[in-house]
Design a protein around this ligand. Structure first.
Ligand SMILES: [Ca+2]
Ligand SMILES: [Ca+2]
Ligand SMILES: [Ca+2]
Ligand SMILES: [Ca+2]
Length: 389
């Protein structure tokens, strides 16, 4: 799909460095308070210049303090948008002594906004000297709807996320794609959950909403994630350590001038038990196996298991898959057998055991794929290669 890139040039505007603050009770000079000095901490910088204009409609604002703050006091209510007391999320980072305010929905377009800081305390309990920032938002268009992760239309430009992180007030404008990357040091089941906060009026149920996990080759682990219920757009997959990618977009496209506003959560859970042939999730990762009975195999949610088997022209490859799924779970499985020079044989259903076979037309390697849609599947696979009569 061709994606609009017209707004990209202005995205740099959103990546603003902290701007030193003058005239808001700082005495015009940065001061670092130290624990025990009894002095009130101050706001030494906002990430926007005071009276900045043309500001994006979901732009987070960072507030840097002069001293170490009590994290428990730097919360929603300590940084507020005038007229919308509970209108944002506040997160304090002790390392940088800064708090980030993320609006919970769009700032009103083309209006002056006032962000106020007050009530937060340092580690000695001294309240911060109140400070304010005024800024004016830009119009309701894709340039000003861009979230701080833009541009992230493809894997090469993916925005990095932390597993376990929550990312708020993200946007997909018109035909945009949002691509993210995350790295796992340990096996984990990752759930990508979005809460759609705004979609265009005629997108009832928002069934075109897509969430995909991909590898670096832009191969999809599955194309799931659609749901008719906003807030239930989830897709999970059990990963081994490595770097993975996620893309989010509306497969129906969004009308010109329209957008989706969403929150994204990357939940981390216990990994599904894997077998020794993993990773074998794509044809290029297929494990070479010999004829015989292979036991102790495991299947997970939308986990594809690829295997390769050497065959000669005229030989019949017969495959029997015997699987046990957890009680009450969906027993559906898909078994594909592609032998050299012949059409792929596919079984899709819940019969058990399931047997497929095919005759090779030339020498080479057959490719077998076995797939389940639930975690906790244990299976065995018998591979027989015989000369055809
Ligand atoms: Ca976006
Ligand atoms: Ca994007
Ligand atoms: Ca497996
Ligand atoms: Ca697999």
């Amino acid at each position: 799909m061709k994606r609009s890139v017209a707004w990209k040039a202005l995205v740099g505007m959103l990546l603003l460095l902290p701007v030193p603050l003058a005239g808001f009770g700082c005495g015009g000079k940065d001061k670092t308070s130290t624990p025990g000095d009894g002095e009130a901490p101050t706001v030494v910088a906002f990430s926007l210049a005071d009276s900045a204009t043309g500001i994006g409609l979901v732009t987070p604002i960072t507030v840097t303090f002069s001293g170490d703050m009590d994290e428990a006091s730097v919360v929603t209510g300590a940084i507020v948008l005038e007229g919308r007391p509970a209108g944002g999320h506040v997160r304090y980072d002790a390392l940088t002594r800064s708090a980030t305010f993320t609006p919970d929905t769009l700032y009103l377009p083309e209006t002056w906004q006032r962000l106020s800081v007050s009530g937060a305390t340092d580690l000695d309990g001294n309240a911060v000297l109140p400070a304010q920032l005024r800024f004016r938002t830009g119009p309701l268009d894709c340039v000003h709807l861009a979230d701080p992760h833009e541009p992230n239309e493809e894997i090469a430009a993916a925005a990095w996320l932390e597993a376990g992180g929550v990312y708020r007030s993200l946007t997909v404008c018109e035909q945009e794609i949002d691509t993210y990357a995350f790295t796992l040091a340990d096996p984990a089941d990752i759930t990508a959950a979005t809460t759609v906060r705004h979609a265009h009026a005629d997108a009832a149920g928002y069934a075109g909403w897509q969430i995909h996990f991909m590898n670096a080759n832009r191969q999809y682990y599955a194309t799931l994630g659609t749901s008719a219920v906003p807030g239930e757009h989830t897709y999970h997959y059990s990963f081994l350590p490595g770097t993975y990618y996620l893309e989010i977009f509306s497969s129906y496209g969004v009308d010109p001038g329209e957008f989706v506003l969403y929150d994204l959560e990357l939940r981390v859970g216990e990994p599904c038990e894997d077998d020794a042939y993993e990773d074998n999730d794509f044809p290029h990762e297929a494990s070479l196996i010999a004829p015989g009975v292979h036991t102790g195999l495991r299947g997970c949610h939308v986990d594809a298991d690829y295997y390769r088997v050497a065959v000669r022209a005229g030989e019949t490859l017969a495959l029997t898959v015997d699987a046990t799924v957890p009680a009450g779970a969906w027993a559906h499985r898909r078994v594909e057998l592609a032998v050299p020079g012949a059409s792929t044989v596919t079984y899709s259903g819940s019969e058990n055991p399931v047997a497929v076979q095919a005759i090779a037309a030339r020498d080479g390697e057959a490719v077998v794929c076995v797939r389940f849609w639930v975690d906790g599947v244990a299976y065995s696979m018998e591979v027989q290669v015989t000369a055809s009569p």
